[in-house]
Design a protein. Structure first.
Length: 497
């Protein structure tokens, strides 16, 4: 339409020009005395000029209208590409935009960070979905305020991608992300509740870390994952070593799945003795991976990797089934270690009980050991699982007490039956007066609460004597017995029976 207007305007201009020429000619003619012709040509020139003016005005108005329509259609298209809640770009549009910038051969650097809000589920559960939504809006607004030039995309529920076109410094990018997290940590009122928001950020750069969008995003995601594992609420820059770790993890996961099928997962047992009379009280079941080429692999090498997937659940089931089978031979209760990841599964207690039932083992012959790092929130899944287990008669022990973040407050959160004092306290019993005082105070508290205290890692007679003086209930450690197979513990004949 604009083009045809332009064409008509050009014709008008040509006509006006022609009119002027005619006019000039008329003036010449008038000089020679042809008066009527003079008037006619003057009037036609004015008429054409007016026509031209009208066309020009019309053209301007039309141009404005077209520009407005253009703007409107751009706005409609733009809003269709945006997430209705946060105003960030939709995943597909964000990816398309990023794809235009990041590709092999592109010289334009692009800084990218992957933001994942921490604990959105807890916020939704605690204060309702509207509060969760408001938190997401606040998160996006904070990013937009501190990085006004950034292209922001909502990649999933609580995940955002942030791209800074032209950014070539990972340090600057990391600092920016840190400023964003700092701003989020400030108190904010969300639906009448004063709260703080926390997020974890993974940072990667193109073309330094990646030459295409998939690579860029998965590398930032890997950095983010490392941040989540190291405790969240932090910014982590991608490092090529992470990729090596991840490949290793994937390799171990594949091998572990095979190990479960090939019966390479074995259980050994370490005895626990009562300090009075050194009577055998129970055994602790400790898992081993009997690898066909690499020999025996310690749990510290594969449990953390198993915990990254459902392998930990399958591993836990295999260990428990073996424990049920060995209970009949060992004769005393057996403690099994349960990972925080297992305890977080809503159906954990039920499947645990089903395995005991299947093997016809009563719950009071089992002790579940959990590390003190487990989040013990009243009404949380973890507490529900533990409570359900106690209903089956299973005893619950806090493992490695004192090694992590546990405080005495932890003892209030659940009615534990056993405390296992971390072996680092036992190791320093001789030199550290504080360690002795702590164990002693803990024994007093435990006695008042009717909780049994087991000291782990007893390696010397001196440690054993001191623990006896302090008043510990039971002991476990290399001095008294190393972990061994059922066959080694009860003798070949009995095990074969
Ligand atoms: P943990 O539960 O604290 O187990 C005790 C660890 O201390 C065992 O190591 C044991 O062999 C070692 N130990 C026992 N006495 C002594 C001692 O006197 N001195 C020293 N220096 N060490 C001693 P292990 O078997 O390598 O197990 C390491 C950790 O792996 C366990 O620590 C537990 O957290 C985890 N784990 C073992 N089996 C399982 C399992 O079936 N499931 C899960 N989720 N975790 C397991
Ligand atoms: Ca343990
Ligand atoms: Ca322990």
């Amino acid at each position: 339409m604009l083009a045809s207007y332009r064409r008509v305007s050009a014709i008008c201009a040509a006509l006006a020009g022609a009119a002027l020429l005619v006019n000039a000619a008329a003036l010449v003619v008038s000089a020679t005395g042809h008066g009527r012709l003079v008037w006619f040509s003057a009037v036609s020139a004015v008429a054409l000029a007016v026509l031209l003016l009208l066309w020009r005005n019309g053209y301007r108005t039309m141009r404005k209208r077209v520009a407005r329509a253009d703007e409107e259609s751009r706005r409609v298209i733009d809003s269709a590409q945006r997430d209705a809640l946060t105003g960030a770009y939709t995943r597909s549009y964000f990816l398309a935009t990023l794809n235009e910038r990041v590709h092999r051969g592109s010289s334009m650097p692009v800084g990218y960070f992957h933001v994942d809000m921490d604990h959105l589920k807890a916020l939704n559960d605690g204060h309702g979905h509207a509060a969760g939504d408001a938190a997401l809006v606040h998160l996006t607004a904070t990013i937009r305020r501190l990085a006004p030039d950034a292209v922001i995309g909502r990649l999933g529920g609580d995940e955002f991608g942030v791209a800074l076109i032209g950014q070539d410094s990972k340090q600057a990018l990391t600092r920016l992300a840190e400023r964003i997290l700092e701003a989020l940590r400030q108190e904010v009122k969300i639906r009448e509740h004063v709260t703080r928001i926390s997020a974890t950020v993974g940072v990667a750069l193109a073309p330094d870390d990646a030459t295409n969008v998939d690579e860029l995003m998965s590398r930032a995601d890997l950095a983010l994952y490392c941040g989540k594992r190291s405790g969240r609420s932090m910014v982590v820059g991608y490092d090529p070593d992470m990729l090596v770790d991840e490949r290793h993890n994937r390799f171990v996961q594949r091998e572990l799945r095979a190990a479960l099928l090939l019966n390479e997962i074995k259980v050994v047992y370490q005895p626990v003795y009562s300090i009075d009379g050194m009577k055998l009280k129970s055994y602790e079941a400790l898992v081993r991976w009997q690898h066909c080429h690499r020999g025996t692999i310690a749990p510290s090498e594969f449990i953390p990797i198993a915990e990254q997937s459902d392998i930990i659940d399958r591993l836990g089931e295999v260990v428990l089934r073996q424990v049920c089978a060995d209970l009949k031979l060992l004769g005393v209760p057996i403690a099994v270690n349960v990972s925080p990841v297992q305890l977080r599964r809503p159906g954990f207690a039920a499947s645990f009980a089903a395995i005991l039932d299947e093997a016809n083992i009563s719950g009071d012959r089992i002790i579940v050991e959990i590390t003190e790092n487990i989040l013990m929130k009243t009404g949380g899944v973890e507490t529900e699982n533990l409570t359900a287990l106690t209903r089956f008669g299973v005893k619950i022990a806090i493992d490695d007490f004192g090694a992590g973040h546990a405080s005495l407050e932890y003892l209030r959160s659940f009615a534990f039956n056993v405390i296992k004092i971390d072996r680092s306290y036992v190791a320093h019993l001789k030199s550290g007066r504080a360690d002795r005082a702590i164990i002693s105070a803990l024994c007093d508290i435990a006695q008042a609460l009717d909780i049994e205290v087991i000291a782990e890692g007893v390696e010397t007679q001196e440690q054993l004597d001191t623990l006896r003086q302090i008043g510990c209930d039971a002991v476990q450690g290399y001095l008294l017995g190393r972990p061994g197979s059922v066959r080694a513990l009860v003798g070949n004949s009995l095990a074969a029976a």
